[in-house]
Design a protein around this ligand. Sequence first.
Ligand SMILES: Cc1ncc(COP(=O)(O)O)c(C=O)c1O
Length: 395
Amino acid sequence: MFDRIKRSFIRKGLEDRHAQRLLRRLKGIKPLSGVEIEVDGKRMLNFSSNDYLGLSNHPLLEERATEFIRRYGSGSTASRLVCGNYECFELVEKKIAELSGRQSALIFNSGFQANASLLPSLADRETTILSDRLNHNSLIQGCLLARCHIEPFRHNDMGHLEELLKRYRARGKDSRILIVTEAVFSMDGDQSDIDALIGLSRDHDAFLFVDEAHSAGLFGRNGMGLTSWKDVDITMGTLGKAAGSFGAYVACDTEVRDYLINFCYGLIYTTALPPSVLGAIDAAMDLIPAMDREREELFKMADHLRNALQGLGFNTSTSSTHIIPVVIGDEEETMALSGWLENNGILAVTFRYPSVARGDSRIRLTLSAAHTWEHLELLIDLLRKWSLTEQPAGG
Ligand SMILES: Cc1ncc(COP(=O)(O)O)c(C=O)c1O
């Protein structure tokens, strides 16, 4: 009896999701080579991974991960403030800081953990966070945990952001304002205007926080993101996507780093990343600055794919990068297209509510330097067939 009451919300939650055809399940994945994987035993070409530079199975990352395990062991045994701050952390942080043109860097265990704990450490109850309307869930969770006033600004709308900055700055010169945004947006693949953000943050004395999860490794000087070598208070970059490893980093000045070591609970109260991961990150940082040719080819392929999709009548939203959404709108139709591609050996995962707004369902295509032009033609050909013979595409 009690059992039924205490667990009824779980059953109802699952039943509701099932009824709305939004129930998710984990698939069994086996990586094969490059961009090929096995999904529930079926071989497929992957257009859904964030391994943008194809580094996740690079031999140098594997070698350095093994070397770091041999040198430091398989675990770091404690949080960095206790006794987990092995020399490899500071070594890797020094590399990241130098490549990003910043005084310092600080490794976090994941991008989600960084975002969810950085924002509460930067805000007090009187703070206002101005947050782009399309920010990732980890930033939204960080905002909620900050327990301060959150004001979303219209996506990428610098005019609206300025209006809000003026309004909140007028409340008193001592009030703390944080601008929180992404450099490349995860669902639409469009870019922020970093120079405009820096200008606004300077003019209105607002702290600027930029999430480079989908741009670190791909844009800017040394490939370290759109904020690389720029005057941003905090850059948060992830290491599980283009860097082919795991974890995240903050690039900032030494004062901000010292502050975070003292006030950011997501760094203080967690076991430090294992040395193997640090080894892989270290190797990625040696490779990324020299990958201009791969980045150039990746963006050429992205332009080609986007143009081809638009030519077929698909809606690619505001994408201008290697992330290309195919916005269908209707959930059933999006699922049907994804299922049809899957039947034809292409993994192109759907993103539906609550990952995007209702009625904004899409397939999110992500390109990697490990894709070839033949892979692209295969995908375009299938989408052409779909648009001609199956359902009207668009959105
Ligand atoms: C914009 C953005 N920030 C942060 C994260 C979380 O990063 P991580 O996967 O390292 O937890 C993601 C993950 O997809 C993301 O898209």
